[in-house]
Design a protein around this ligand. Structure first.
Ligand SMILES: *[C@@H]1O[C@H](CO)[C@@H](O)[C@H](O)[C@H]1NC(C)=O
Ligand SMILES: *[C@@H]1O[C@H](CO)[C@@H](O)[C@H](O)[C@H]1NC(C)=O
Ligand SMILES: *[C@@H]1O[C@H](CO)[C@@H](O)[C@H](O)[C@H]1NC(C)=O
Ligand SMILES: *[C@@H]1O[C@H](CO)[C@@H](O)[C@H](O)[C@H]1NC(C)=O
Ligand SMILES: *[C@@H]1O[C@H](CO)[C@@H](O)[C@H](O)[C@H]1NC(C)=O
Ligand SMILES: *[C@@H]1O[C@H](CO)[C@@H](O)[C@H](O)[C@H]1NC(C)=O
Length: 418
């Protein structure tokens, strides 16, 4: 069963209407494009540099430091596959703040305090995300909910990760953490890998490939990729568990943003996001957002879209899952008052057979500081709304003028009474 193609996308309908032809449209199109284009091209710029294992002469472990310097502030992203793949996001009100790593301590059994920022006290906000486990279950009954038989989960903390050296691209600002399950009793990883591809951004723009997420200079993208991992059943579906960390009483909230516009991500009308709600006027906030779709091919298209479902955010009695790079910064949470939240994101359901066919799954999310970027209506949809709303207005105005004209000629027929 493939994804139900819910009618035509808005985009298609609009294109058809445009094909109908109207002289008004090109002008409206141009006018309507402006706000959208300005919103996407504008915004703050940051100077971004990537550092691999700073201060360590070895590529046996992976730590990627993304330093994004703006006016008066710096964002530090620390991505690492030491333990479970994870990222630490630190915001400092200084252009000169620097990341320090004590590698001896990081590799020791008590890594707390192995990562810090200098000058001390310059960090105004910190958050973290850990990708803990990949679950596989039999979803043959085509239910959106993961139920039925679960196979033993893949614990990402126990994976072996290739050296980032091979995939690091300092110009494109990308790097891929690619790993395999070291125990792998079933041989699912004989040809297969699970990857996390990281992309940093210097300015606001929209991604070229689907789901065409809109990003800012304050955000980075992570793409979760399952490539040729052999499924353990005929109706296998996968589920990714994501854990987020907030400091000082801040907490994450799950929000859904819906739109009638699917031009950028065809057939997908929902954006889900975890947004931090700071308490006590904390000096920052962050977001983790994704479109509710994954793709079943390297060339993402609406034909290979795989529906993505998210499950309720779990916040009760959670501790920092271990091990990951977050322990090196937050410690065990002592003296940091951490708020931990976890969410399951599952792929497939009615359209889940696509993975079985191609053996490929890709899902993208954006992590960033501040408020999440918000899709405005696409130029095409603004144009069609302008036409839809504009036509009656034009008719009204035209009608009004006719009435006025007629009345005037009538009035002029009155003869002044002297
Ligand atoms: C940077 O900080 C200085 C001093 O705190 C201030 O005068 C200046 O306006 C700030 N610049 C920007 C771009 O925020
Ligand atoms: C790094 O950590 C080790 C072990 O905790 C400690 O002995 C050493 O002094 C630290 N090095 C620096 C430069 O802080
Ligand atoms: C699918 O549903 C049927 C009927 O509800 C049930 O008998 C069967 O065991 C289910 N199969 C799986 C794999 O869950
Ligand atoms: C791995 O790939 C080879 C060649 O493409 C194929 O013959 C083999 O069946 C694959 N093994 C698994 C476990 O998918
Ligand atoms: C899976 O598919 C194979 C071949 O199509 C079939 O022999 C087997 O019975 C199926 N297994 C289940 C649990 O449906
Ligand atoms: C995710 O799903 C798995 C399998 O049902 C479950 O063990 C785990 O607790 C779930 N995690 C969250 C955060 O809901």
């Amino acid at each position: 069963m493939r994804v139900s193609r819910r009618g035509g996308s808005v985009c298609n309908i609009v294109t058809k209407m445009l094909a109908g032809g109207s002289l008004l449209l090109p002008g409206l199109w141009l006018l309507a494009s402006f706000p959208g284009l300005l919103a996407e091209a504008g915004g703050e710029r940051r100077k971004v540099t990537l550092q691999y294992n700073p201060g360590l002469a070895s590529s046996s472990v992976n730590l990627l430091h993304v330093r994004a310097v703006g006016h008066n502030d710096t964002l530090h992203y620390v991505w690492s596959s030491i333990g479970a793949p994870a990222v630490l996001l630190l915001y400092t009100r200084s252009e000169h703040s620097a990341l320090r790593v004590n590698w001896t301590k990081l590799f020791s059994s008590s890594p707390a305090g192995a990562l810090w920022i200098e000058p001390p006290g310059s960090v105004l906000y910190s958050t973290g995300v850990v990708f803990t486990k990949v679950f596989e279950y039999n979803g043959a009954n085509a239910s959106a909910l993961p139920e039925g038989q679960f196979y033993p989960p893949y614990d990402l903390a126990g994976f072996s990760w290739q050296s980032l050296n091979r995939t690091l691209n300092r110009t494109a600002l990308t790097a891929t953490f690619r790993g395999v399950d070291t125990s792998d009793p079933g041989g699912a990883f004989r040809n297969g890998t699970i990857s996390f591809k990281v992309t940093a951004y210097e300015q606001s723009s929209r991604d070229g490939p689907l789901p065409r997420l809109l990003h800012t200079a304050n955000s980075s993208k992570v793409e979760f990729i399952m490539d040729q991992v052999a499924p353990r059943g005929n109706g296998s579906r996968f589920l990714l568990e994501v854990v987020t960390v907030e400091e000082k009483g801040g907490r994450k909230r799950l929000r859904s943003v819906r739109s009638i516009d699917d031009e950028f991500t065809p057939t997908i009308f929902e954006m889900a996001q975890l947004v931090s709600e700071p308490r006590n006027n904390s000096l920052g906030s962050s977001f983790f957002q994704w479109k509710t779709t994954a793709y079943g091919s390297r060339d993402a298209s609406r034909e290979n879209a795989i529906r993505c479902h998210y499950h309720p955010l779990q916040t009760a009695n959670r501790t920092l899952p271990g091990p990951s790079i977050l322990h090196a910064y937050f410690g065990e949470g002592l003296g940091h008052s951490l708020t931990i939240a976890a969410i399951n994101i599952s792929f497939g359901g009615e359209d889940g057979e696509i993975y079985a066919e191609k053996g490929y799954l890709s899902w993208s999310a954006l992590l960033g500081f501040g408020v999440p970027p918000e899709d405005t209506f696409s130029p095409l949809v603004i144009a069609i709304m302008a036409v839809a709303l504009g036509t009656p207005v034009v008719l009204l105005v035209a009608g009004g003028m006719v009435v006025l004209f007629v009345r005037r000629t009538r009035y002029s027929e009155y003869q002044p009474i002297n």
